[in-house]
Design a protein around this ligand. Structure first.
Ligand code: CP
Ligand code: NVA
Length: 309
C-alpha cells in the first residue's frame, strides 16, 4: 500500500526515528542515496507562498537524482477548478511523489486517496509535518544524535491553534518528548489533536500540556519554539492577535526561565519584535539557520524512506 505523509502521526515512533537518522546521514553526505536517479520527477505544488519549502524540496529532489516539477496553483488547471482527484490521477502516471502546500487538510487527504504515489504535506492550515521533522533533526544534531530527543521538554509559545502547534504536539509526542503549548484562551489547539498527542505520548514516555501562561510553558524547557502570530490566511485578525499573543513573546526573559543551554527554534519567516525579539533570534541559543538547512536533509530522508516502502 502506498504510504503518505499528511500529518506527523503518519509515522510511528520507530519510523520517525528511521527518517531522522537518515536525515543526519544526508547532512553528513548530501549524496548519501539517489532514489530518483533517472531522473524521475517529483511534483511540488503550491497554493500558498513559500521560500524554504520551495527551495528545499527543489534542491533536495535534484540532489536525490530527480527532477523537481514545481507548479503554482495560479498557473495550473486546479486553480481554474479541475478536481483534486483528477489532478492526482494525471500526476501519478508521470511522477514518483507529490508534495503539496495547500489550505484545508481535507484537500491533501483527497489527493492521497486518489494517488498511487506518495503524497507529502508541505503545510496545510492544520499541520506542517515536514517542518517538525527538520526541527527534531536539528535539535538532535545539536545534542549528539537522535537518542537525545527522548525526554526533552519543548515549549511552544504563541498561536496554539495553528499548523505548527498541532505538528509539534503530534511530532514531539512521537519522539517521546514532553510538549507544552503556551497560548491564550481562544487559541487552544484542536482538542482531537491534543487527545491524539496524549495517546501517543502515553506510549512513548512523553507528555502533553496546554498552559495559559508564558512562564508555565517556558520554565525548565530544553527547547523553546515559536511561530508567526499571523499565519497565511489569518491576516484580517492581525490586530487582535498582536494583543493576545504579546505576553507569549520569546525574549531574553523567556530564556532566563529555561534549562541551561536551551535551543531556540522558529520555522521562519520570523517577525522580529513580534513573536520573538531580534536579540533571541540572532543570539547564541538560536538554531534557526540549522533548522532551515535541515528542511533539505529531513525532506530528502522522508522522500527516500517513503518510496522505499
Ligand atoms: N518554514 C517554512 O515552511 O517556510 P516557507 O513558508 O518559506 O516555505
Ligand atoms: N504558521 C505559519 C507557518 C509558515 C511557514 C503559516 O501557516 O503561515
Amino acid at each position: 500500500m502506498t504510504r503518505h505523509f499528511l500529518r506527523d502521526d503518519d509515522l510511528t515512533p520507530s519510523e520517525q526515528r528511521e527518517v531522522l537518522e537518515l536525515a543526519l546521514a544526508f547532512k553528513r553526505d548530501r549524496y548519501h542515496s539517489q532514489p530518483f536517479a533517472g531522473p524521475q520527477a517529483v511534483a511540488v505544488l503550491f497554493d500558498k507562498h513559500s521560500t524554504r519549502t520551495r527551495v528545499s524540496f527543489s534542491v533536495g529532489i535534484a540532489e536525490l537524482g530527480g527532477f523537481p516539477l514545481v507548479l503554482d496553483a495560479g498557473t495550473s488547471q486546479m486553480g481554474r477548478g479541475e478536481s483534486i482527484a483528477d489532478t492526482a490521477r494525471v500526476l501519478e502516471r508521470q511522477v514518483s511523489a507529490i508534495v503539496w502546500r495547500t489550505h484545508g487538510q481535507e484537500r491533501i487527504e483527497e489527493m492521497a486517496e486518489a494517488s498511487g504515489v506518495p503524497v507529502v504535506n508541505a503545510l496545510t492550515d492544520q499541520f506542517h509535518p515536514c517542518q517538525i521533522l527538520a526541527d527534531l533533526a536539528a535539535v538532535a544534531d545539536g545534542r549528539g544524535g537522535v537518542d537525545a530527543l527522548k525526554g526533552l521538554t519543548l515549549a511552544y509559545l504563541g498561536d496554539g491553534a495553528n499548523n505548527m502547534a498541532h505538528s509539534y504536539l503530534l511530532g514531539c509526542a512521537t519522539a517521546g518528548m514532553h510538549v507544552r503549548i503556551g497560548t491564550p484562551e481562544g487559541y487552544r489547539p484542536d482538542a482531537a489533536v491534543v487527545a491524539k498527542a496524549a495517546e501517543i505520548a502515553a506510549a512513548t514516555g512523553g507528555s502533553v500540556a496546554v498552559v495559559r501562561t508564558h512562564d508555565e510553558a517556558a520554565t525548565g524547557a530544553d527547547v523553546i519554539a515559536t511561530d508567526t502570530w499571523i499565519s497565511m490566511g489569518d491576516e484580517a485578525e492581525a490586530e487582535a492577535r498582536a494583543t493576545a499573543f504579546l505576553p507569549f513573546q520569546v525574549s531574553s526573559a523567556t530564556l532566563a526561565l529555561t534549562a541551561p543551554g536551551a535551543q531556540v527554534l522558529h520555522c521562519l519567516p520570523a517577525y522580529r519584535g513580534k513573536e520573538i525579539t531580534g536579540e533571541v533570534l540572532d543570539g547564541p541559543q538560536s538554531i534557526v539557520w540549522d533548522e532551515a538547512e535541515f528542511r533539505l536533509h529531513a525532506q530528502k530522508a522522508l522522500l527516500t524512506w517513503l518510496v522505499d516502502q
